[in-house]
Design a protein around this ligand. Sequence first.
Ligand code: M6R
Length: 610
Amino acid sequence: MCGIVGYVGPKKAAPILLDGLRRLEYRGYDSAGLAVHDGREIEVVRAAGKLENLANALEQRPLCGSTGLGHTRWATHGRPSEQNAHPHAAGDVAVVHNGIIENYLELKHELQASGVRFASDTDTEIVAHLIHRALEQGAPNLFGAMRQALGRLRGAYALAAISRREPDRLVIAKNASPLVVGVGEGETLCGSDIPALLGSTRNMLFLEDGEMAELTASGVRIETVEGKPVERAPRRIDWSAVQAEKGGYKHFMLKEIFEQPRAVEDTLRGRINLDEGDVVEAELGLDAQAARSIERVVLVACGTSHHAALVGRYWIEQLARVAAHTELASEVRYRDPVFGPKDLVVAVSQSGETADTLAAVKAAREGGARVLAIANVLDSAIPRASHGSLYTHAGPEIGVASTKCFTTQLVALLLLAVHLGRRRGALDAERGREILQALLELPNELRWTLARKADIHQVARHWHNAPHMLFLGRGLGYPIALEGALKLKEISYSHAEGYAAGEMKHGPIALIDENMPVVVVMPRDRQYEKTLSNLQEVRARDGQVIAVVTEGDAEAKKLAQWVLELPKMPELTQPVAAVVPLQLLAYYIADLKGTDVDQPRNLAKTVTVE
Ligand code: M6R
């Protein structure tokens, strides 16, 4: 997500902060800013776009002073712009923030009612106002005011603040977003990630959730939010800069696969109302009347996003009881498609910039359809061209092969299906609650699945030289089989085919012999018995089966040579977990083959050409 750097010590803060932000640049961002205490005032300089723009602005307005904060923003609330860039100031206070404040609207209305005027559309500015208000109302210092503000916040945050009244300190706090403290010689730093601090120190300590700290040039004092002192010694981090960028993982793709539980949590954050069994989603702009008037949902997307759309189609039909279709955006744009005012067109795109999907959106709008975007990049072209949007909060995805963006697209699509189902009266509160509860359990189910990485590695070791691999699945497992095959070809360059298991007998069965590895996606679901028959057909022809099954599936274990397990979980959310072993299988095979996993040949992260 966003990048944070903070500095307090004897040196000029601005160059150190800028250096820290440059070290975080690989993560992607849309704007940046610094706030530095010059001994009298806090000066803030911000710029939209690249750090070069901030560096140029700093040449025009140099910041003097040796206490300060820096931030690179990846927009979640409010479009990318200078006005929404951090730091955000209120009264004597300046704040930077990573994460998402769930109850920001409620707090914003409360502050507005007491006369506060907001200068940005961000959730972060609320935190600055809450700290400022606490100081006005008698909080003894910035540390105490931060504690009071934290008492009002729900959500994920790594926060850092400075105050005009206390020029020699930073106050930081953490919940569910990482925050690192660097303890140097006569200087102390903080950062959202290790690389941000490597230019100054390798002695670091990590704040835990529910902790806050005060940083001065002479060191750090940590307490829990409840006020209990915490003793923690720094440790030496020997990672190289490149290792640090990847969080110690060998590739960004692997890091992003392991980030999926967090990415799913962030995408769900603030969107679930369990009491009502409903999805809270103002950005969608779909009221009951609009939802009931929809006669057809058309999901348009390319590549991996198209596979997410295929899963979304099942969910929307099942839960919202409306006809749903998927279209490859790269095809529909060249037809003479018929769209009309009774259509809801859902454009799915991690980058939000894919030229084919954008063209399909334009065609849908020309036909009079209502268009909704599911995207990971705020204010990108596709959401801008749509009537409403539902953002995934996966954070920047650097590996070209999409992983965490796919799983969060699935989450967003299931939220949309529940939202539509509830508005259309097709889904009652009780069933809505069950599904939302299942979504809330997903992060732990993903952790469970990721913990079985050794089994997957073993399969990869056995099969990494196979020239071909077949992936089969039924129902919700079919798009997952397609996605498993796409991942494998993209990064390992091995030939792979994804097929609906029921189509086997219509052709691909001719390929099966003892040299053909077949991955069968077959968690316990309503299709299980039928997929099991397909597995038997493969085995009867000496095919080699790698079965993705629900934990404890003795039947599949008897038949398949390799078994990759998923936890016992509700059928509807199974595809989100079922893709994880396939992502890891593709990754390990590619790594064993020594391909360029993060930048596979011929592929681009954002495809803005036809
Ligand atoms: O940014 P988008 O989701 O619109 O991109 C669509 C495809 O280009 C993308 O999913 C592509 O297939 C990736 N390389 C998948 O890993």
